[in-house]
Every structure is written in structure tokens, then in C-alpha cells.
Design a protein around this ligand. Structure first.
Ligand code: DAH
Length: 352
């Protein structure tokens, strides 16, 4: 072998062997094979050799180049492997150690209640919908048998929106109850109907028992030969599923314009079991055995007509209750002020 090549080879191999990290290896590589590297210069200067030596030296030089390249590649892989195992040691991680717990939130109790109510009525074949919060007077009142200026409207302390009136539908309001979904559902033109409308409602009221924004769920069933017993059975089913086995409902006569007859619905108290007495005294939760849930009744023929349904052929029942109220009754929690539900104080909300 050409003596100059021999020298280049020995130096390069030694330097490669000495390299303890990739950086040093790269420097050795550059010194031999780089643009101004020893071997590169040797090959470039071949022209200066006598023609009879040129060919052999060229072949040897090129063979050495290939050899060095492969030695370097091998050495680089080795160094990388060593570096990686070092990394594993330096950054050792115990994957079996218990993790740091991140604080996880949960659904607001109103959302929980809405999901639960939805699931209970879905099992009875009800279609769960959410009709508009901003509603025409027609759907909120007039179609529900409450003509303009009727005093019954006073009970729904309504927010009116400014803006022009519609010639048929009247003014826009923030819907004060989910009963506004009844005629909307009938207008879809599909009979029979099993609907639960769960939506936000608004009334100009704010005190320990009332919120200006709250939720209601409204049931509407329209079919043939429907009687009060169907209503009672449905309410009892709901009471058992939502509040627990053993809970019952009772109907008290009442008056609503959109149902006839109308009722207020009570559910037996979960603390005293409907007796009104617990621990030798008056039940602290209900005081008389029953808790008031909300209204219900048999749909008034005028409401059916407003929705384009023939009352001689079809009939049904409806009920409408507050979600928040119903949910609080389930906990049997004596909450002094219902407005805490929306104060966003996590210390309160975490309890549910
Ligand atoms: N919409 C009534 C309210 O907000 C509750 C109600 C009463 C709904 C009787 C009904 C019903 O569907 O039949 O006070």
C-alpha cells in the first residue's frame, strides 16, 4: 500500500477508535474525509503522481475511503446506542409510581338532572327536545288559552324584548315556561306525541326561592283515549325512577288555563316517607309529608285546536316542573337560597 495512504489510514482508524462521543467522531471524519481532509486531498492530488503509479494509488485510495466510511458508520451507531442507554439512566422514570392527581371537575347538578330526566323519559318513549328561549307571545301565552290582557298572564312575570310585533305571533318574550313547546310540537304535524321539552325559562324574579333564569321540563303526551290515570302512572314512574323506590305522587286540584282539569303534583317526602313526622317531631324537610313538584293536567281543547289537532279525536296530558327545584328535592337538602346554584362557588357545587 502507498505509504502515505497507510499513514492516513492508521491515523483515521485510531481517531475513530478514540472517539467517545459523536462530536469527536465527526471531527475525525472531517479530518480524513472532509473537503480538506487528508484522504480527500490525497485523491485530489493523484494527478501529480507518475502515470504508472496513478491507477493503483487511485484504486487504493477509493477502497480506503469506502472502508473508513463504513467504520465510521458502525462507530456512530455504537456511540448512539451508548448515549441512549446513558439517557435512560439519567432520565430514569418509575412508570409504576402513582401519578399526581389533577383536579377533575364534574357536571353541574342542573346538567346532571337534565341528563337523568332525559334518560327516564326516553325509556318511556318520549322524544326529548329543547324549544326556543326567545319566543313569540303566541306560543308562550295566546295559543295556551291565555288571550291578550288575560289576568292569568300576571303569574308569569315576563321579560319582553323590544322590537316590532308580529301580526299573528305578537311580541317577542324570553319564554317564562316550557309550556311554549306544546303547540310548537303539535305544529310538527306528527301524531301521536310524546315529548319532553327541557329548556331555560326566564321570569322577573329573584329571591331565596326564585331565580331569574331557571330550567323547566315539560311533558306532553297526545294520543287517543288518554285518561288521568295515564298521567298519574307516568308521574309515579318518574317519581320512583328519579327520587327512588317507594316514592309516590299525588294530584291536588288546581287551575291552569291550558289544562282542564288541572293539578298541582306533590311527591311524598323521602325523609319522613309521607307521614310528616320524623324523629318524634314534625319532618324538618316537608313539614306535612309531601313536597310540591309542579303543575300538570289534561290538555285543554283550545290548546289542541291552536296546534291544529282535532280535540274530538285526540286528547292528552301535560306537566311542567322546574329542574332545579326537582333536583334539590332529591337531595332533601334544605337550601336556604336557591341562587347558590349559579353563584359558581365550587365549595357548594362540589357536594353534588
Ligand atoms: N307552565 C306552568 C308553569 O310554568 C306549569 C304547568 C302547569 C305546565 C300545568 C303544564 C301543566 O304542562 O299542565 O307554572
Amino acid at each position: 500500500m502507498n505509504s502515505q495512504l497507510e499513514k492516513i489510514k492508521n491515523e483515521a482508524i485510531a481517531a475513530i477508535g478514540r472517539a467517545r462521543d459523536e462530536n469527536t467522531l465527526t471531527q475525525a471524519e472531517i479530518r480524513a474525509l472532509g473537503r480538506k481532509g487528508a484522504l480527500t486531498e490525497f485523491l485530489r492530488d493523484l494527478g501529480r503522481l507518475a502515470p504508472e503509479q496513478r491507477r493503483a494509488a487511485g484504486e487504493e485510495g477509493n477502497a480506503l475511503k469506502k472502508e473508513l466510511e463504513s467504520v465510521i458508520t458502525r462507530r456512530r451507531a455504537e456511540l448512539q446506542k451508548i448515549a441512549a442507554s446513558g439517557l435512560a439512566e439519567r432520565e430514569w422514570l418509575d412508570v409504576t409510581a402513582p401519578g399526581r392527581e389533577l383536579p377533575a371537575g364534574h357536571l353541574h347538578l342542573t346538567t346532571q338532572a337534565i341528563r337523568e330526566i332525559t334518560s327516564i323519559f326516553s325509556r318511556l318513549g318520549y322524544n326529548c327536545v329543547s324549544y326556543p328561549e326567545v319566543e313569540w307571545d303566541w306560543y308562550a301565552f295566546e295559543s295556551l288559552n291565555m288571550p291578550k290582557d288575560h289576568t292569568a298572564r300576571d303569574e308569569w312575570e315576563t321579560f319582553f324584548l323590544s322590537g316590532p310585533s308580529h301580526h299573528k305571533f305578537g311580541r317577542l318574550v324570553l319564554t317564562p315556561h316550557t309550556s311554549s313547546g306544546q303547540v310548537r310540537e303539535m305544529e310538527r304535524g306528527e301524531l301521536p306525541i310524546r315529548m319532553v321539552n327541557i329548556a331555560k325559562c326566564y321570569r322577573r324574579q329573584s329571591d331565596v326561592n326564585h331565580l331569574p333564569m331557571f330550567h323547566q321540563f315539560e311533558g306532553l303526551l297526545i294520543d287517543k283515549n288518554i285518561a288521568i290515570t295515564h298521567l298519574k302512572g307516568t308521574l309515579d314512574y318518574f317519581a320512583r325512577e328519579f327520587f327512588g323506590a317507594g316514592r309516590r305522587t299525588r294530584l291536588r286540584p288546581f287551575h291552569f288555563r291550558f289544562t282542564e282539569p288541572s293539578f298541582e303534583i306533590d311527591v311524598s317526602c323521602g325523609v319522613c316517607g309521607g307521614t310528616g313526622e320524623s324523629r318524634g317531631g314534625r319532618c324538618r324537610v316537608c313539614k306535612q309529608g309531601w313536597l310540591e313538584l309542579g303543575g300538570a293536567g289534561m290538555v285543554h281543547p283550545n290548546v289542541l285546536r291552536a296546534g291544529g289537532v282535532d280535540p274530538r279525536e285526540w286528547g292528552g296530558f301535560a306537566f311542567g316542573w322546574g329542574v332545579e327545584r326537582t333536583r334539590m328535592m332529591k337531595s332533601a337538602a334544605n337550601i336556604d337560597d336557591i341562587r347558590v346554584l349559579y353563584k359558581n362557588d365550587a365549595r357548594f357545587l362540589e357536594q353534588f
